[in-house]
Design a protein around this ligand. Structure first.
Ligand code: EPZ
Length: 419
């Protein structure tokens, strides 16, 4: 495992302008979707992330050819040689479950190991499996190995999700895109990344409507061809960079973003007293005044406040004046940043779904450990505001979702290096 760590000299204001990278949670399902096409796709604005490289290893192991050409990723899915994903590749990345729907959609057969929980707690896939079974899939689970077949063509189904699961919505869209009937997903996830996946699939010849709403309709088509597609900007990375500006009392212009995807996050930063201005594809944030606490911040499915931004705002609120309360409604174990933030002097009590943060005016540098992707990012931005030196180890978690985070932050005034 990578032993590198980040060294951060805190106490410097973030200021400048930065272009936001392409969205991890859009490019991952789109990479799986490329398996459905019998041609070559070119994905522009593709971020260089370890999760993207893991996905390319899975695609290659199935017989695809992947080629990175600057920030364009080219995938040739002309012929597939296998329907099984090796266990060690499945273990590298939680979200590889989304390959299930794509492999079934193209090859009607799929075999993959599905490891249990991850850093955020158990990651059940019951909603994925019940949706795929409604499409006619035969799935056996034995000792963590899923063996699935999709006999005949998909003739459509009406599938009501018990939870608006992002991954389950994506898996059903992928399995239903090629077929002859109409599939309706009710209580579908509404995240912008779902609409981006539908955008790519429709560019490949699929017939999907209602994406972004709670009812997604997929009319099966006979085959899909490759396409050229631009990945949407990463709204969680944008929120993280805004957090860096907010916590250091700085100012930042973000470019290449879609403000309309971020309303609940923008309103959270406004509640802390930051000044925000949004234009077509840019957001300006400045934190000239002392940050204010947020009485209650609840995470919920889109368009509610995103769970992925929760650790980021937790870090920011450690510097706000007053008492903030965060309620985490999506994942069971997503307050892991709290213990590490306390090492920097933060006053946070986390119990079950609720965390209470007493904002102080000082954080001081310490050695910290990233426990998962977004908790790691939260420690980095807290380190920017802490006096002295903060180190963050287990940087590999952060590299899953942030492209060279130290280079991004250095470009807007941070003193940070990776050793
Ligand atoms: C996606 O995960 C994102 N990952 C996550 O981002 C994000 O936190 C999450 O959506 C919620 O927005 C990718 O897109 C690759 P879910 P996913 O299925 O699809 C429960 C990050 O930091 N559930 O919407 O796994 C589940 O336990 C990552 O970038 C079931 O009970 O999320 C969770 O409590 C972390 N049964 C809730 O639903 C199921 O079959 C939301 O999960 C599926 C999910």
């Amino acid at each position: 495992m990578d032993k590198s760590r980040l060294y951060i000299e805190g106490g410097r204001r973030i200021s400048g302008e930065i272009k936001v990278q392409g969205a991890k949670n859009s490019v991952l399902p789109i990479l799986a979707a490329s398996l459905l096409t019998s041609g070559t796709s070119r994905l522009r604005n593709c971020p260089a992330l370890s999760d993207v490289f893991s996905s390319c290893r899975i695609l290659t192991s199935l017989g695809c050819k992947c080629r990175q050409d600057g920030d364009v990723l080219e995938i040739d899915a002309g012929k597939l040689s296998d329907y099984e994903i090796p266990e060690q590749l499945m273990r590298e990345m939680r979200s590889s479950i989304v390959f299930l729907g794509a492999i079934l959609g193209r090859l009607r057969r799929c075999r993959l190991s599905f490891p249990g929980g991850c850093e955020l707690g158990p990651r059940p896939i019951d909603i994925h499996l019940s949706g795929l079974r409604k499409l006619g899939a035969k799935i056996t689970e034995d000792h963590g190995v899923l063996d699935c077949t999709l006999p005949g063509t998909v003739t459509g189904a009406i599938i009501n999700l018990t939870l608006p699961s992002v991954g389950a919505t994506e898996n059903i869209m992928l399995a239903a895109a090629i077929g002859s009937g109409e599939t309706v997903i009710q209580n579908a996830a509404r995240e912008p990344e779902i609409a981006d996946l539908a955008g790519y699939l429709n560019a490949c010849g699929a017939d999907i409507r209602g994406q972004g709403s709670s009812t997604v309709i997929i009319k099966g088509v006979s085959k899909l061809h490759g396409a050229e597609y631009e990945i949407m900007p990463d709204r969680i990375v944008a929120a993280t960079l805004m957090g860096a500006a907010a916590i250091t009392g700085g100012e930042l212009m973000l470019t290449g973003v879609r403000p309309q995807d971020m309303n609940s996050t923008l309103s959270a930063y406004e509640q802390t007293g930051c000044d925000l201005y949004q234009y077509a594809d840019r957001i300006y944030i400045s934190a000239k005044k002392r940050l204010q606490a947020i009485k209650t911040l609840r995470t919920s499915p889109y368009p509610g406040f995103p769970t992925d931004c929760q650790p980021i705002l937790m870090a920011v609120l450690t510097r706000a004046k007053g008492t903030s309360m965060i309620v985490e409604n999506i994942f069971e174990n997503r307050f892991r940043a709290a213990a590490e933030l306390r090492r920097l002097g933060a006053d946070i009590k986390a119990e079950g779904k609720v965390a209470v943060i007493e904002g102080g005016d000082k954080l001081s540098g310490a050695a910290t450990v990233a426990t998962d992707l977004r908790a790691g990012a939260a420690l980095v931005i807290a380190g920017l505001a802490a006096d002295g030196t903060t180190t963050v180890s287990n940087v590999h978690y952060i590299d899953r979702g942030y492209q060279a985070i130290e280079a991004q932050l250095r470009s807007i005034g941070a003193k940070i290096k990776r050793i």
